[in-house]
Design a protein around this ligand. Sequence first.
Ligand code: OFO
Length: 179
Amino acid sequence: MISKNVEKAINEQIKREEHSSRIYLSMASWAERNGYPGAANWLYVQTEEERIHMLKLVHYINDRGGTAVIPALDAPDATFKSLPDVFQQVLKHEEYISASINDLYATCTKEKDFTSANYLQWYITEQIEEESTVRSILDQIKLAGSDKGGQFMMDKEFAAMATAKRAAMAISGGANAVT
Ligand code: OFO
C-alpha cells in the first residue's frame, strides 16, 4: 500500500508528465506550420514519450493500491519566436521536470517508501538522457546557423532522430515500455 503523501506527490508528477506531452504537442504543431517538418516529427514523438511517462505512473499508483488522478490541464503556449526559442524552452522544461523528480524521490525516501524510490530510478536516468539530447540539439541548431543549407541538413537530422526514437519506443520491453 502506498502512503497518502507519496500518492499525492506521484499524482502531481502525473500532471506534469501529461502537461509536458501537451507542451510538446503545441510546439510540434507550431514547427509543422512553420516549415520545420523534421523538428515537428521529433516533437510529435516526444509528445508520445511523455504520455508513456505519465501512463507508467498511472499504472504504478493503481498497482500499489492507490488512486491515480487524471488531471485537468491548462492550455500550453501556442506561439514561439523561433526554432532555437522552442528548444530553449524544451531544455528549461526538462530541467524543471528533473528537479520535480528529485523532489518526488526525496518525498519517497522521507516516507520510507523505498519501493517507490526504486521505481523512480528509471525516471532519474531518463532525465539525464532527455536533458543531454536537448542540449546537443541546441548545439546542432547553433552550428546550422541561419544558412538555408545548414537548416535543411538540421531538419533531416531531426527526422533521423525522430525515426530512431520511435523505433526505440516500439521495442517491446524497451526502456519506455509501459509496464
Ligand atoms: Fe521529458 O520528462 Fe518525462 O519524465
